[in-house]
Design a protein around this ligand. Structure first.
Ligand SMILES: NC(=O)c1ccc[n+]([C@@H]2O[C@H](COP(=O)([O-])OP(=O)(O)OC[C@H]3O[C@@H](n4cnc5c(N)ncnc54)[C@H](O)[C@@H]3O)[C@@H](O)[C@H]2O)c1
Length: 278
């Protein structure tokens, strides 16, 4: 999509961090932006601040884990701004610092609910909303460099697993939309200076409600404080990816050596005499 100006975009998780950076960059590129977040007061405040700089934005409450909430937010977006062109499925939460056997089922449900179901609901409802009017569109799903590797010693397997799922959903969506005028990008940030270390603050009521998570903070807070990019740069990465129709949209510090080593192991395994081709 060459020209973003005048198009309507919805961004989930837009009250904070990368989502706010995406909303800001899209609004600066001239889009009408629907800022959607589970934190109602925070997203209203963020939208007020952006609107104050003469941008066309609105806030809606959404819980991406719940299909009806996604449908309600979409209806509100369309009734205010008309046709939807761009959807950024960005809301996400961490699940770091606890070994696989010690993560309780309700924490698995939380991280999968937001990071995986959030994208599935977005695909199921935002894609048809874009397709129905026939104009150019674009979907951006936020994965992570954690969607390409499980870094040893970080105990972030549940998060990483959810981001591998985000990546796989994005690759499949790209295949399904091949040859149409709807593009797909998968945003793959390295460390970005956001509030994700405190992601359990946004835990939906039906999943146990807001919490503090010392294990997330122990792994993430320092990494983000020392290595984290300004989230606005992630937003600008998204705008460039939409304009240039870039699929793998990396931004920031990427553990390329770890990803390459993983790929080398896979290639080597494919050379085994047990493997045939199809
Ligand atoms: N910060 C990083 O270093 C980093 C790196 C790679 C990927 N990511 C991904 O970027 C995305 C944004 O995270 P962030 O770092 O900006 O964190 P953040 O905590 O600053 O922002 C996340 C936003 O998502 C919202 N949210 C959480 N659950 C929600 C739900 N159920 N429904 C609607 N909104 C919900 C929160 O209220 C919050 O405003 C996530 O998908 C995260 O996994 C972050």
């Amino acid at each position: 999509m060459k020209d973003i100006s005048g198009k309507t975009a919805i961004v989930t998780g837009a009250a904070s961090g990368i989502g706010l950076g995406i909303a800001t960059a899209l609004a600066e590129a001239g889009a009408n932006v629907v800022m959607a977040d589970i934190q109602k007061a925070a997203v209203e405040q963020a939208a007020d601040a952006l609107a104050g700089t003469n941008k066309r934005v609105m806030a809606v409450e959404i819980d991406v884990t719940q299909e009806q909430s996604v449908l309600d937010a979409l209806a509100e977006a369309e009734s205010n701004f008309g046709k939807l062109h761009i959807a950024c499925n960005n809301a996400g939460v961490p699940m770091h610092g606890t070994g696989l056997v010690d993560v309780p089922p309700e924490d698995w449900a939380f991280v999968i609910g937001v990071n995986v179901w959030g994208i599935i609901h977005g695909i199921r409802h935002f894609v048809p909303a874009i397709r129905k009017h026939g104009e150019d569109g674009h979907i951006v799903n936020t994965a992570s460099v954690a969607g390409f590797q499980n870094r040893r010693g970080t105990d972030q397997a549940p998060y990483s697993m959810s981001k591998y799922a985000a990546l796989s959903l994005s690759e499949a969506l790209e295949h399904e939309l091949d040859g149409t005028n709807i593009g797909v990008s998968v945003l793959c940030p390295g460390p970005i200076a956001t509030n994700i270390a405190h992601g359990a603050r946004n835990r939906p009521a039906h999943m146990g409600g807001p919490q503090a998570s010392a294990s997330d903070e122990a792994v993430l807070a320092e990494r983000l404080a020392t290595q984290g990019l300004d989230p606005k740069q992630a937003g600008e990465r998204v705008v460039a990816a939409i304009r240039e129709n870039t699929f793998y949209a990396f931004v920031g510090a990427v553990p390329a050596d770890v990803i390459q080593e993983r790929h080398r192991r896979i290639e080597e395994a494919l050379g085994s005499s047990w493997v045939s081709h199809y």
